[in-house]
Design a protein around this ligand. Structure first.
Ligand SMILES: [Zn+2]
Length: 111
């Protein structure tokens, strides 16, 4: 299993869990009483019942679960969006560079 670093970031997940300091490592105590090894994402997986490394929560309210799923879906879209924008920016930059090279060689030929 991949060891995650515990980051106390501003995350909606913290409304549903409390960070705990165990003997050797940090963990999160979910409101339902389940202790999650490090990772707020894992707590959210648990609440949204996303199949993966954690078992789904049996006590979470349907409304919370659905909202959590929606939120995670949105986050995924946002991440994709950001990557796309970065790619567009980079390709724009490349085009700009080519244009500049073209201008320089044109100037060299004509001046
Ligand atoms: Zn739970």
């Amino acid at each position: 299993m991949v060891e995650e670093k515990c980051a106390l970031i501003d995350d909606i997940g913290w409304h549903f869990g409390t960070p705990r300091q165990d003997k050797s490592r940090n963990s999160i105590l979910s409101r339902c009483g389940k202790v999650m090894s490090c990772g707020i994402t894992r707590l959210k997986d648990h609440l949204a019942r996303i199949p993966g490394e954690v078992t789904g929560c049996g006590k979470v309210a349907t409304l919370v679960r659905e909202n959590m799923m929606e939120l995670m879906r949105e986050n995924k879209v946002k991440k994709k969006d950001l990557r796309k924008r970065k790619e567009e920016f980079m390709s724009g930059l490349k085009e700009g560079m080519n244009m500049m090279k073209f201008k320089i060689s044109w100037m060299r030929m004509h001046i």
